[in-house]
Design a protein around this ligand. Structure first.
Ligand SMILES: [Cu+2]
Length: 288
């Protein structure tokens, strides 16, 4: 998919979102008039990942934002949003990431979009963006072990205070709770399209990588392959949200065909530095 093609998808995506929001608002609140409903649609932005660069807007408005990630590269990419407080810049975080260990206190996890498949896949997340400076970062390593941010996948984003009415949160039919160290859904996930509200109720940041397992593969095969991506992948990534802190939420919409799926958190533990999947944050579900 060319850059031009992927951008031309946007009006369609926005239109679908507008229709969905309008219908939901109508049933939820009879007093909504057409023009106030039209204003209350999440903002949209698209991030295009290639090997090894992000293309994205420099500046977006604050409020409810749907972020679309298109992977036009040959490797798997995600986009993690990290809010830079205390006047820190992308240069500061690039410097900080040169040393191993936890991120500095002024760098706050702020969600983003987890991967789709390379070669044109698209995944989306809806979340609230507060005004401020952010870094868009890909933490995924290449087969040589070098994380993509060290190859150029870091980009600044400025979120400016919006004067528009903020759109309401999407209506979710399933709630997924992230904890230290588990994934729990409010009900079993069935075949079809679902909007999932992801809540972090743990003490640490957590992420969700959602992946559809290849026949005969197990959820545990996913982190094994991700650490050493050699040979065919055991699963197809279909999105999710990178690190979100305790007490925060993000929304994803995914279409589940019958089969087996994995939920994985790759974040390093605050106490022992080991990835959270080694503490139990790798789970398999079957969808009928
Ligand atoms: Cu975690």
């Amino acid at each position: 998919m060319s850059l031009f093609d992927s951008r031309s998808l946007l009006p369609l995506v926005a239109l679908v979102a507008a229709c969905t929001t309008k219908d939901v608002s109508k049933s939820a609140n009879a007093s909504d008039s057409t023009h106030t409903v039209a204003a209350a649609v999440p903002h949209q932005m698209t991030v295009i990942a290639t090997d090894y660069k992000f293309e994205a807007p420099d500046e977006v408005p604050s409020g409810m934002m749907t972020v679309h990630l298109v992977d036009n590269g040959s490797e798997m990419h995600h986009v993690a949003f990290v809010k830079l407080n205390e006047g820190k810049t992308v240069a500061d975080i690039e410097q900080a990431m040169k040393t191993q260990g936890p991120m500095p206190k002024w760098a706050v996890d702020h969600g983003g979009v987890n991967p789709s498949h390379p070669g044109g896949g698209m995944t989306s997340t809806t979340q609230t963006l507060d005004p401020g400076n952010y870094a868009l970062i890909c933490f995924i390593p290449s087969a040589d072990g070098t994380p993509h941010f060290a190859k150029g996948m870091v980009r600044p984003l400025t979120v400016t205070a919006s004067t528009d009415a903020s759109a309401p949160a999407p209506t979710a039919d399933i709630v997924m709770t992230l904890n230290d160290y588990s994934f729990t859904t409010s009900k079993p996930i069935t075949a079809g399209k679902h909007t999932i509200r992801i809540e972090n109720a743990g003490t640490q940041s957590h992420e969700l990588l959602l992946a559809r397992l290849a026949p005969g593969k197990k959820a545990q095969d996913v982190p094994v392959w991700a650490e050493k991506p050699v040979g065919p992948p055991p699963a197809e990534p279909i999105g999710g949200v990178p690190a979100i802190p305790n007490g925060t939420t993000a929304f994803i919409t995914a279409n589940f065909t019958p089969g087996d799926y994995a939920f994985v958190c790759f974040l390093p533990d605050a106490k022992d530095g080991k990835p959270h999947f080694t503490h139990g944050m790798v789970q398999q579900i079957h969808v009928e």
